[in-house]
Design a protein around this ligand. Structure first.
Ligand code: AMP
Ligand code: MG
Length: 342
């Protein structure tokens, strides 16, 4: 089994740095006024700065690995975007200065963003969502930086930086975690505040899925946005399974984090249109965190997710993640909902 030690250390460091940039942007640029105007620029700035920083660290450590990221610099290159471009450089600057051994130029930042336009190769590639849950980010709620390594179509490592996720579910205490998993090595959590450049196992806490044994006692989690998952179908499934607990609704792959550490036991992502296929970067990091914590993840037909088909999960429909104790029963309940038939 590959030990993936260097890959994990690099991914943790990269996601940690990007998470701090996103948290700073969310804190400083989102104001009551920007929310009222539905101004998208804070998320644009954080998205691009996050991708540039993660790519800089991956390129330095693994120059031959393609990175398949969600963003490309095209949108920033035209002249009208000058202010945004400067803001991206400003926010990425101090993290990049350490990697590039000096402050970055605009061109270097744009070039780093485009390092994330690689192809999903059949051998080995990284996939990055520099901000997953952009709507949550703009509402001041949950979002995450999600990075995963795929080898021969299988996820071998994933890291999620979740700056707003409470360190302990339901507690008013601290917030901000990094959740990570590598194949055969379990799932662990670091608090975002604690993590120093000396990343080791000493400040990692192992997490496991819930041990709820019966579907009726389970709690769902799902998207906030109705366009991203069919909420009507989810409530039909809850009623078939006899579930009465209120679902946890949140944006981003933080939902996989909630399943991996037992805050909830079922995450349903139910296609709202028949032809919809999911992006790989919206799932890879979260999926391995759930699997390594003892859970099960399939599509809505019960098929394993196949990350060897390019940028989308072309051979899969939707996602069902659970603590693994009654997965078949959930798939059976999904099959009874006629609106989900392709
Ligand atoms: P969530 O945070 O669960 O609402 O999911 C956020 C992700 O949903 C984004 O990163 C988008 O890539 C993805 N997305 C956008 N439109 C759709 C759609 N119609 N169905 C499923 N996912 C979508
Ligand atoms: Mg996303």
């Amino acid at each position: 089994m590959p030990d993936l030690q260097r890959e994990m250390a690099t991914a943790l460091k990269a996601v940690h740095a990007a998470s701090h940039i996103c948290a700073t942007v969310q804190h400083n640029l989102i104001t009551a006024d920007s929310m009222k105007k539905k101004d998208q620029s804070p998320v644009t700035v954080a998205d691009f700065a996050s991708q540039a920083v993660v790519c800089s660290m991956l390129r330095l450590a693994f120059p031959d690995d393609p990175v398949v990221g969600e963003e490309s610099s095209d949108a920033l290159r035209n002249d009208e975007q000058k202010i945004l471009r400067q803001s991206v450089v400003h926010h990425a600057s101090s993290a990049l200065a350490q990697i590039l051994e000096g402050p970055p130029t605009e061109e270097q930042v744009l070039d780093l963003i485009d390092h994330g336009n690689g192809e999903a190769s059949s051998q080995r590639y990284w996939t990055l969502d520099p901000i997953d849950g952009t709507k949550g980010f703009l509402r001041g709620q949950q979002y995450c930086v999600a990075l995963a390594l795929i080898e021969k179509g299988r996820i071998s490592l994933g890291v999620m930086g979740c700056p707003n996720l409470p360190v302990r579910f339901g507690s008013e205490g601290g917030k901000g975690i990094l959740m990570s998993a590598a194949v055969g090595q379990g799932t662990g959590v670091h608090t975002l505040g604690d993590l120093t450049s000396e990343i080791g196992d000493q400040n990692r806490t192992d997490v496991k899925v819930s041990n709820i044994a019966q579907a009726v006692d389970a709690r769902f989690c799902g998207s906030v946005e109705s366009a991203h998952s069919d909420k009507g179908a989810a409530s039909q499934i809850a009623s078939i399974l006899g579930i009465t607990a209120d679902p946890i609704q949140m944006d981003s792959q933080c939902k996989y984090g909630a399943i991996a550490r037992g805050d909830a036991s079922i995450y349903l992502r139910l296609p709202t249109t028949p032809g919809r296929r999911e992006w790989i970067w919206d799932h890879a990091a979260g999926v391995i965190c759930v699997q390594e914590a003892g859970g099960t993840v399939t599509d809505i037909l019960g098929k394993a997710l196949d990350f060897s088909k390019g940028k989308r999960l072309e051979d899969n429909r939707g996602v069902v993640a659970s603590n693994g104790r009654f997965h078949e029963q959930i798939i059976d309940a999904v099959s009874q909902v006629s609106t989900l038939a392709d």
